[in-house]
Design a binder for this molecule. Structure first.
Ligand code: KG4
Ligand code: ZN
Length: 339
């Protein structure tokens, strides 16, 4: 089954063709990062407008690279939640129009389910059940993936997402948006123990996080050091390495505690932050020691893309969930709440 998938929930306009949930025939991403960089973050109104401008070209290119016409695909899949509402609406309406014009089924995909499904593109053998740590710019969840379409959230951030803490700390250090990637590059070769940061505990919730607490500790430290832009290169490198280590260690601790408690033998990481080299290395080391099988998506499928939406769309279809033309975008919706 060939699915033409569309993603527009934040600042990437993406389209892809995916076969049977596992094989990527094409994946095109038009990133708006350069435009939003001058504002230090995503400006929703600009994002919507740029999606409108890019979506036809990106979709045509995805079909062209797959060597297919619209008539050759079996269904359309689109991200409908969660995300920036104006941005989501562009993708949803475009996909509805195409599905109606072509007389093909329309599959509604939850963005975080898509991030988890990025693993299916990289690892042909991975099947639920498994535990997943979803770490993106907007979400930080520890989730039991019980089947391809049933999930149970067992841990979450109470405030900022991990990506948000990385981005805001990076911004305070004078690094460009999106800061997570720049911290990763800057911290290579730095000393992870050069600075210490807290791992905030949430009362009676052993798998929950408070990344706002961690971020605030970093900002206070930066201020006390008189750092911001004026810091010397070595201190900046060490600070990047140490802050990323704290974030990775915090994520690893809670996730492995959840894996032990739930007797999970398999863990899959998901979301933009799982591109982070420190998190990947730490999680690999600790999973190996704990005898847990770790799955990491290819770097190409960690950040927002449409191939992951095509992968999850296939499993939504297999579960008999297709959407009608009344489908609407939803800004905020739990991974476990969606259908
Ligand atoms: O999943 P994603 O592309 O978009 C959302 O759904 O939010 O995640 C974006 C987040 C941003 O916070 C960005 O800084 C972070 O992923 N990110 C990274 C890296 N690459 C992207 N964070 C740390 N290290 C990276 N290499
Ligand atoms: Zn995302």
């Amino acid at each position: 089954m060939k699915i033409l998938a569309i993603e527009s929930s934040c600042d990437e306009t993406a389209a892809a063709v995916v076969e049977d949930g596992r094989r990527v025939l094409s994946s095109i991403i038009a990133s708006q990062v350069e435009t939003h960089r001058i504002y230090g973050g995503v400006v929703p109104e600009i994002a919507s407008r740029m999606h409108v401008e890019a979506i036809s070209g990106v979709t045509n290119e995805a079909l062209r690279q797959a060597g297919l016409g619209l008539e050759d695909v079996d269904a359309l899949a689109v991200t409908y939640a969660p995300g920036l509402i104006g941005a989501l609406l562009v993708g949803v309406n475009f996909a509805k129009g195409m599905a109606f014009a072509a007389g093909k089924p329309l599959l509604a995909v939850h963005h975080l389910r898509g991030h988890v499904a990025a693993n299916y593109l990289t690892h042909g053998d991975l099947q639920p059940p498994f535990l997943s740590l979803i770490v993106s710019g907007g979400h930080t969840h520890i989730v039991e993936v019980n089947s391809y379409t049933s999930y149970r959230v067992i841990g979450r951030t109470r405030d900022d997402a991990a990506g948000e803490a990385l981005d805001k700390t990076a911004r305070a250090m004078g690094l460009p948006y999106p800061g997570g990637l720049h911290l990763d590059q800057l911290g290579k070769g730095g000393a992870p123990q050069a600075f210490s940061f807290p791992r905030p505990k949430v009362a009676d919730a052993p798998y929950d996080f408070s990344f706002s607490g961690l971020k605030t500790a970093a900002l206070v430290k930066l201020k006390a050091l008189g750092l911001y832009d004026a810091v010397d290169a070595k201190t900046k490198q060490d600070f990047s390495a140490a802050f990323q280590f704290a974030v990775a260690d915090y994520l690893c601790q809670n996730t492995l505690r959840a894996a032990r408690a739930g007797n999970h033998q398999t863990l899959a990481l998901a979301g933009g932050v799982c591109a982070n080299s420190v998190l990947r290395a730490e999680m690999q080391r600790r999973c190996k020691a704990a005898g847990i099988g770790l799955y990491l998506p290819d770097l190409a499928y960690c950040g927002d893309n449409a191939a992951m939406i095509g992968a999850q769309g296939y499993y939504e279809h297999q579960a008999g969930r297709s959407a009608g033309l009344e489908l609407n975008a939803v800004a905020s919706l739990g991974i476990d709440a969606a259908g």
